[in-house]
Design a protein around this ligand. Structure first.
Ligand code: SF4
Length: 381
């Protein structure tokens, strides 16, 4: 299949999750909504159900969710609830609500109250300290609870073999996405920022074996092309999510390619494979333990600013000239980390800009001016 056809298929999948949800239900499948971050989706797959990522929406306005949310909750959380209240996600068979940040913790209960008995909610509290043995055990206990609730919804037991099979499927997908990110950098004349985003976003909605098969085919086509001689500029993107095609169009208009990303919705979600371990739940807990350089997770050595250096090195190693940080409005973890990130970037003389965004933005005039000016600065370096 040609690159153009494959890219278009990912674009369609990324832009029409509710059509996919309807398709899965028409096929008699059960579907579980999965909120950010780090829910063990493998368990949903192992139960024979389809996981669907719920990262808010670029096309909706917060109306009904206001009743349950403080105004300073980020739009990602509020719009996820909006979709559960306005009927968009009525066909879901359950929702997993992780509680990594100070918004998601209360939101997990707001979801429960707001949707009542309509859809079962599965509460998931990851351990704050994920390194100690008792942190790993806490994670296993939580995942055991998620597993039990998924078994109830699926009407079937999830065996260790089911989990091991799911881990294999997900690790293959992670490897394919890591490969794609590198190839998209080498072939940024063929994969523009909008297409790159759509490929990575489609993962959250498509069935994983189908997604990985298509992405592997796309990777093979891209690998066969000569590396492009890019005349524009390259940046690394950072933040929680930057999937709005209108925002990314500004990159295209200014000949800015994305060399790599430090985005929770993109690369941060597939940097760490699940390690091999005879006990599938232990393997999933160990993967959570192994995650590093993540702004949302506890780092006992945070004073050393390892994460800031990691991101700065990503800019250098990917061949980017600068970094664009998409700061979600009211996102405490990202806002609190920013001074450390800035310090690390400044120390390596890496230019960056910080753009305040949220999912209800419809006018990108200010962002366009800032990105255009940034592209001019980078091109003069
Ligand atoms: S955007 Fe920030 S505040 Fe909102 S759910 Fe994500 S981490 Fe929490």
């Amino acid at each position: 299949m040609s690159i153009e056809i494959l890219l278009n298929e990912f674009k369609v999948a990324a832009s029409s999750p509710n059509q996919l949800l309807k398709k899965y239900k028409d096929e008699g499948k059960k579907v579980i909504g999965v909120l950010p971050y780090y829910a063990p989706e493998e368990l949903v797959y192992a139960a024979g159900m389809v996981p669907m990522g719920m990262w808010g929406s670029n096309n909706k306005t917060i109306m009904r969710a206001k009743e349950y949310c403080a105004t300073f909750y980020c739009t990602i959380a509020q719009l996820a609830l909006e979709m559960l209240l306005d009927g968009t996600m009525d066909q879901l068979d359950g929702v997993i609500t992780p509680t990594i940040c100070d918004t998601l913790r209360p939101m997990s209960q707001n979801f429960r109250v707001a949707i009542g008995d309509k859809i079962p909610t599965i509460f998931l509290a990851h351990p704050q300290n994920r390194f100690a043995d008792w942190g790993v055990q806490f994670c296993i206990d939580q995942y055991t609870n998620v597993k039990k609730m998924l078994e109830k919804i699926a009407g079937k037991e999830i065996t260790n073999e089911d989990i091991q099979n799911a881990i294999k499927v997900y690790n293959e997908s992670r490897a394919a996405r890591r490969e794609f990110v590198k190839l998209a950098n080498a072939h940024c004349d063929v994969v523009n920022p909008i297409q790159r985003s759509a490929v990575l976003k489609a993962f959250w909605f498509m069935e994983k074996p189908e997604y990985t098969a298509k992405l592997t085919a796309l990777n093979a086509e891209l690998a066969a092309l000569p590396v492009c001689d890019w005349k524009g500029t390259k940046v690394v993107t950072s933040g929680i999510i930057c999937d709005n095609p209108k925002l990314l169009q500004i990159f295209v208009d200014n000949n800015i390619a994305i060399a790599a990303d430090d985005v929770a919705h993109e690369s941060r979600a597939f940097l760490w494979d699940v390690p091999e371990c005879e006990d599938g739940l232990m393997a999933l807990a160990l993967q959570f333990k192994n995650i590093d350089y993540d702004v949302l997770l506890y780092d006992p050595a945070s004073a050393e600013n390892r994460r800031g250096e990691f991101v700065a090195n990503l800019v250098k190693e990917s061949g980017a000239q600068g970094l664009v940080l998409f700061m979600q409005q009211f996102c405490d973890p990202e806002e609190m980390e920013y001074p450390c990130l800035k310090k690390a970037l400044d120390a390596q003389n890496i230019p960056h800009i910080k753009l305040g965004v949220d999912q209800q933005m419809r006018d990108f005039g200010q962002a366009a001016t800032a990105i255009q000016a940034f592209a001019d600065v980078l091109s003069m370096q």
